[in-house]
Design a protein around this ligand. Structure first.
Ligand code: B12
Ligand code: SF4
Length: 448
């Protein structure tokens, strides 16, 4: 019986701030696991919760990696190749940098795996698995094999269950890895199949709090409404990523709420229209920001509001302006990031052309959204980093958490409070590490 070891590579030496405080039920490796025929023995390892057995006797090693974990993933790949074990890599980073990944792996899957997996396996059997595998067409999401949830650990199912209903996003924001990865197509799984998948999960006693890993759950209103209507009888609580475009459709918002949506991660990105236009996000209107937040709140949905610092139009007053907006509107869970030139994005191509990438941009370990990797226009890189850490610290202080929670609606109040305090620990650890004592107190009166 051939054996494969599938690894979700996580570089444990990195101190990330925005991580969920529990084991997230990762879909990458269990989705790939479902593509193997039954004669394969499959072991999955999510390094977020356990270490890889470097002495494994697997016949094939598969490694999934995002950009920030790529250096570590390559070390793992080198180790197994040194042991003469064939290595196959896939995921966001190998897709963006296949030539680089091929220096460490025998073969790389570029993009989604479903359409080409049989060819990879037959090449593996014939001892000729080599180079890049890229499917001619994007996978059809009808009758996708159900991810092998059974291979995850008990820890992965304690808080959340994860599922995917759509792939891709109808938009194409300059900084985002999603559209370069999935192509400019938004694909939908049949609602019936999503529901059947969830019903099976509940029979397996998985959590009834569900996270849809979709990039934009409301991306096509008619589909989303059909999905939300079908979710109502399941009586679940759910969260996902969405865009402010959802607020244009009041029925969609109501159905989201009625179907159990308690929190949405919304990329507001910037309060300046010029910045939004430059990001190819003109459909977000800076002058409607308050209204967007109110519409989510009116439907009892917690807003996890993401703002990015470092846009070309950002001046030093951006940090204060953004935290004031958050506190005034009662955005329950603010999430800050620095504009990051992920490989294969339009942003990276532009910054390269403009000669603005810093030497640090060569280090993939810094791609966690908290490092300055290019020269900003109106600030020094150090000022951008300091302002970002300041904003994050300001909003993580118990005083400000309670301040904005006071302005937020009462629906899911405790959940929102819990989210703030559980994220606070990671954020404070990172701030302490990055803010050397020699620089003095981070929050000095009138700093920003
Ligand atoms: C859910 C999610 C999370 C979860 C789970 C992360 C995980 N590793 O699965 C959590 C909340 C933990 C998370 C955290 C972070 N995330 Co996140 N996350 C996502 C999200 C929304 C969905 C991922 C998913 O489950 N997809 C579903 C699975 C089935 O698809 P898939 O992984 O692409 O797998 C398919 C193919 O890629 C391929 N494949 C994948 N791996 C392999 C391996 C082999 C061997 C083979 C053959 C094929 C293969 O086959 C699969 C089926 O076709 C994506 C957006 C996206 N659309 O990808 C962002 C995304 C991956 N996250 C991102 C980022 C930046 C982060 C954080 C750094 C955020 C932060 N600042 O802390 C952290 C990093 C944590 C870490 N080290 O893993 C970026 C990554 C960009 C990049 N180039 O690296 C993305 C793309 C978001 C974005 N819009 O930019 N995230
Ligand atoms: S709306 Fe969100 S997921 Fe879609 S391209 Fe823009 S940033 Fe990426």
């Amino acid at each position: 019986m051939p054996k494969v070891l599938l690894i979700n590579a996580i570089d444990k030496s990195l101190l990330l701030a925005e991580q969920p405080p529990f084991a997230f039920p990762v879909l990458n490796i269990i989705t790939v696991a479902a593509l193997f025929p039954p004669e394969w023995k499959i072991e999955v390892i999510d390094e977020a919760i356990e270490a890889v057995n470097l002495d494994t006797d697997a016949n094939l090693v598969g490694i999934s990696t995002l950009t920030l974990d790529a250096t570590h993933a390559y070390e793992l790949a080198d180790h197994f190749r040194h042991r003469k074990m064939p290595v196959l890599m896939g995921g966001m980073h190998p897709t963006a940098m296949p030539e680089e990944a091929l220096q460490h792996a025998d073969a790389v899957v570029v993009g989604e795996a479903e359409e080409i997996f049989n060819r990879i396996l037959s090449d593996f059997k014939a001892d000729r698995m080599k180079g890049t595998y890229r499917s001619e067409k994007l996978p059809d999401l009808h009758r996708l094999p159900r991810p092998r949830y059974d291979l995850l650990r008990t820890k992965h199912r304690s808080i959340l269950h994860s599922v995917q209903a759509t792939r891709g996003c109808p938009h194409d924001c300059e900084f985002c890895s999603v559209t370069p990865f999935f192509g400019h197509q938004y694909r939908l799984r049949p609602v019936k199949e999503v529901i059947a998948d969830l019903e099976t999960s509940f029979m397996e006693a998985r959590s009834r709090t569900v996270f849809f890993v979709d990039d934009n759950i409301g991306g096509r209103a008619e589909y989303a409404k059909e999905l939300f209507r079908a979710l109502i009888p399941l009586k679940i609580k759910w969260g996902s990523f969405a865009s402010v475009a959802m607020t244009r459709d009041r029925e969609l918002m109501r159905l989201a709420s009625e179907s159990g949506c308690i929190a949405l991660f919304i990329g507001f990105e910037s309060l300046s229209q010029a910045n939004l236009d430059a990001l190819h996000k003109s459909w977000v209107r800076a002058d409607h920001m308050r209204e967007y937040v109110n519409l989510f709140h009116d439907n009892g949905i917690i807003v996890e509001g993401a703002f990015i610092f470092g846009h070309d139009g950002d001046h030093k007053d951006i940090f204060r302006k953004t935290v004031d907006f958050i506190q005034e509107t009662g955005i329950q869970v603010p999430v800050f990031g620095l504009l990051t030139p992920y490989p294969a994005t339009k942003l990276r191509t532009r910054l390269e052309k403009e000669g603005r990438l810093l030497p640090e941009a060569k280090d993939w370990r810094l791609y966690d959204g908290s490092h300055v990797l290019f020269k900003p226009i109106h600030m020094a890189p150090e000022e951008l980093e300091e302002g970002f850490l300041w904003a994050r610290k300001y909003c993580a202080a118990p005083r400000t958490i309670f301040g904005r929670m006071f302005r937020a609606p009462k629906a899911h109040w405790l959940t929102a409070l819990g989210l703030n305090f559980s994220m606070r620990a990671g954020r404070m650890r990172q701030i302490k590490e990055r803010w050397p004592r020699s620089k003095g107190r981070l929050i000095r009166p009138g700093t920003w």
